[in-house]
Write a protein that binds this ligand. Structure first.
Ligand code: AHR
Length: 515
């Protein structure tokens, strides 16, 4: 082991203090171990037939007065393209296990109107179906991730859908697709075998689900000609037994396993608390709950290691984000919530955690894309507003498919009452001769200075620096004031040789590009 590696390892476990470390806050980049890639799919999204995510949010139909391109909102497409969205999950969520895909193809006027039983009991007219989704993915340059109906569907329904979407042969479903206006198959990479099968996807036990996974996976492979990454339905948060049972019984029959974890500020699903009306106590507890993602991934990953030590099977966090009470006055069941500076910090620190676990975490899909839960964009009629979370996705996109640089972060605590969390979070990656560093200050009351040790990097300049902060922890962007929380040019740093010193204002996130 080289001396530098040894020092790094010892300092990580607290047995060695780097000489000359004057600041209490120090992040050291370990270039010697920069071997893994941050899969761009960690920056994935999720769009469900829920509330106003699809309808109003993405799709208004070609006859709408709202400016659109073949039915997709023009403003939303432009904003989403900016994010380099790598992968998009659809049609649910809970909706997926009630969805029968044939309802959503063919002439729109012939498509049946059905009831969306899970989400508000509204009438779903199926005007957004398979073609509309897969064409959207092509427009965005995103890989489609289709969740198939295991809860109330059949294997037959799934394999017909697979043929419809992906076959270029003279077979009935591919021919029906051609009749419906699409000659070439789409390139569908990811197939979810059920969603939350332990809950809204069928209330199954992991033993029973494992058998279904084996069965659906076999035919998905056969009809999909082994093109798909088949994603097994994973655990509800900390249900480690689910992971253990599914891995022990069906590891060979999947190409990835998912997990869902939502941040609930109160820790109480029955009383989640407001997205905007909160003080420091709920700010702190929301961050604390979201940082739990680190332990959650470590524990699921350790279980997966038992059955898959080579890490062939990635973990896909295909639903995550903060879930609050819906906005007062919004339709119950639509899960429409505002998005604050607090949520930007949740997004940034969660990405830091995903990067840290990039050996196992190969995809994540924030819930959800537009108008639902921790959304990128909110819409009202023909208006739209970009949320603080959108800005984090934009600032962090530099890390997509970059080489992860492991970091050792020693920092002060942020204390509230009797509890503490780290005051700072950070991550680093390199791509195209540039190093990108992202840093967050979680403390809402004090600025923090951090020294970043870049030894071995041969850097000359900070070539770009951007900050996201806001007047208050609960500042939001509204239709009236859309730019309260928006990225600004940042200059409070100093680079001297291989030492970078950065001062972060309270509740802020900074991304620096260094060459
Ligand atoms: O994202 C909202 C819902 O949360 C999804 O439909 C479901 O999978 C989860 O419980």
């Amino acid at each position: 082991m080289k001396l530098r590696q040894l020092i790094f390892t010892l300092s990580v476990i607290g047995l060695f203090h780097l000489p000359g470390a004057t600041s209490q806050n120090k992040m050291t980049l370990d270039f010697d171990h920069a071997t893994l890639t941050i899969n761009k799919n960690i920056y994935g999204h999720f769009a469900e037939h829920l509330g106003r995510c699809i309808y109003d949010g993405i799709w208004v139909g070609p006859d709408s007065d709202i400016p659109n391109i073949n039915g997709y909102r023009k403003d939303i497409l432009e904003a989403l393209k900016e994010l380099n969205i790598p992968v998009l999950r659809w049609p649910g969520g809970c909706f997926a296990d009630t969805y029968h895909w044939k309802d959503g193809v063919g002439p729109v006027e012939n498509r049946p109107k059905i009831k969306n039983y899970f989400w508000g009991g509204v009438i779903e007219d199926n005007s957004f179906g398979t073609h509309e989704f897969l064409n959207l993915c092509e427009i965005l340059g995103a890989d489609p991730y289709v969740s198939v109906n295991v809860g109330s569907g059949t294997v037959e329904e799934m394999v017909e859908w697979i043929e419809y979407m992906t076959s270029d042969e003279d077979v009935p479903m591919a021919n029906w697709r051609r009749e419906n206006g699409r000659e070439d198959p789409w390139d569908v990479k990811f197939l979810g075998i059920g969603n939350e099968s332990w809950g809204c996807g069928g209330e199954m036990r992991p033993e029973y689900y494992s058998d279904l996974l084996r069965r659906y996976s076999l035919y998905a492979n056969l009809y999909g000609q082994r093109k798909f990454k088949r994603i097994g339905c994973g655990a509800n948060g900390t249900d480690y037994n689910w992971t253990d049972v599914v891995m022990s019984r069906a590891a060979r029959h999947m190409d990835a396993l998912s997990v869902h974890y939502y941040t609930i500020a109160t820790g109480n699903w029955g009383n989640k608390s407001s997205a905007t009306d909160f003080g420091e106590e709920l700010y702190f507890s929301a961050l604390k709950h979201s940082l739990h993602m680190d332990e959650l991934i470590s524990k699921h990953s350790a279980i997966m290691d038992k059955y898959d030590p080579q890490k062939r099977i990635p973990l896909m966090v295909d639903e995550w984000g903060i879930w609050t009470d819906p906005e007062p006055g919004s339709t119950p069941g639509f899960l429409y919530q505002q998005n604050s500076m607090r949520d930007a910090l949740i997004a940034a620190t969660t990405f830091d955690i995903f990067h840290k676990h990039c050996d196992r975490v190969q995809m994540a899909n924030i819930a959800q894309m537009v108008n639902v839960l921790q959304a990128m964009i909110l819409t009202k009629d023909d208006q739209m507003v970009l949320t603080p979370t959108y800005h984090i996705f934009n600032m962090y996109k530099v890390h997509q498919n970059a080489t992860y640089i492991p970091v050792m972060l020693k920092c002060e605590d942020y204390k509230f009452g009797n509890e503490t969390i780290p005051a700072l979070s950070g991550t680093a990656s390199q791509k195209d001769g540039k190093i990108n560093i992202s840093l967050s200050n979680l403390n809402p009351n004090e600025s923090k200075t951090i020294e970043v040790d870049l030894e071995g990097a041969k850097v000359k300049n900070v070539t770009n620096a951007v900050i996201l902060t806001a007047p208050q922890i609960n500042s939001v962007n509204t239709f009236e004031n859309p730019d309260v929380v928006k990225p600004e040019h940042f200059s409070d740093f100093r680079l001297k040789k291989e030492k970078l010193s950065v001062t972060l204002p309270p509740h802020s996130i900074v991304t620096l590009e260094i060459q």
